[in-house]
Write a protein that binds this ligand. Sequence first.
Ligand SMILES: [Zn+2]
Length: 398
Amino acid sequence: MRSFLMTVMLGWVAGAGQGVAAAESAALPSKTLWIRVAVVRNQPQVDLAIHGRFRLVASNTADVVREGSHLPRVAVRAVPEGILVGEERFALSGLRVEPTRDATINLNGQQLRGIVEIVRQKDVSLLVINHVALEDYLQGVLSKEAPSYWPAEALRALAIAARTYALFQRLSKASVDYDVTSDVLSQVYAGKTGEKWRTNRIVQETSGFILLYQGQAFPAFYHSTCGGLTEDAQVMGSFDLAPLKGSRMCPYCHESPFYRWQRRVTAADLAWAVKQQRGTSIWPVTDLEIAGRTPSGRVAQVRLRGSKVLVLSGYEFRQLLGFSTIRSTAFSVTPEGEAFLLRGQGWGHGVGLCQWGAAELARRGLRAREILSFYYPQADVVRWGDVPLRVIPRQGVP
Ligand SMILES: [Zn+2]
């Protein structure tokens, strides 16, 4: 169940440190739009198999360096001189795996559509990018982001939000190596292996439909469970726009197992996590306090008191203890002896569409468009065609 509940986390965290991409008005090509998904990052090795005919192409020159009718499972490794595919060494920093139309790429046990690019990075680790058609990408996302048996109108709304989010990432980050990651930092993606018949049909039915605000695509964040009230995207960064303002009263997600949650965290847990992740000792921990809240009541900052005082943002605090341990920043803290009891609401950042809320609204008869206009006020659902499409600028994103 847990994998169904993964959410679009802080979408731009994946791109942190990569600069502000400048594509404020990138033109959308009329032919198939491809998206670059980082499916493996910073690994020394991956397993690769190809069922059917394929070509290996040098990324820098487009020269075909090998062709074959089948590649049995081999280890692909980064080495100082280039890339090893099984025993064969290629003195290249990038290799594209291009299957013929009826062939299938299998990477680390996962079937992927499109083509795969293997990049040896400067630190001799591998970055693997799946170049995949946007609609195929969405088929690999939707079944992982929501249970395929959910009401169709909720899945349609989610497909449109996910497409908009992907398009925003694709058009606003044109200058970096990839557009999205395959994990909760962007949208969970499991390639062809993750696809389900029903969610594929929903993606196809909504093909091309996206959300625009004043003619611009925006990061249509969504999350598992808001816990009662949606959040303003501004608390996560710099998106100050009407559809992401939050403040939607949403009791509709009460069926979610995470509508309310509790977690007991000991002083030792906190000190250990700080030591592991920040390399500093704050033992003995004497207090955990909420140091500030967002206008909607989520935790903006916590203060950890011990041999040192550490102030963390709500996001950093979730990161410290794990995003599935501290499911949201909507929580209170009650000291209990050597521990602290956290009572929380919802799972995820609370911005944009609440998935469990959308499912309930669909059960009550709302259509996808109505669900979307509830969670993204003032956004229009449109079908994009051959017109140039603009995305909102990434003002102030670090
Ligand atoms: Zn909700």
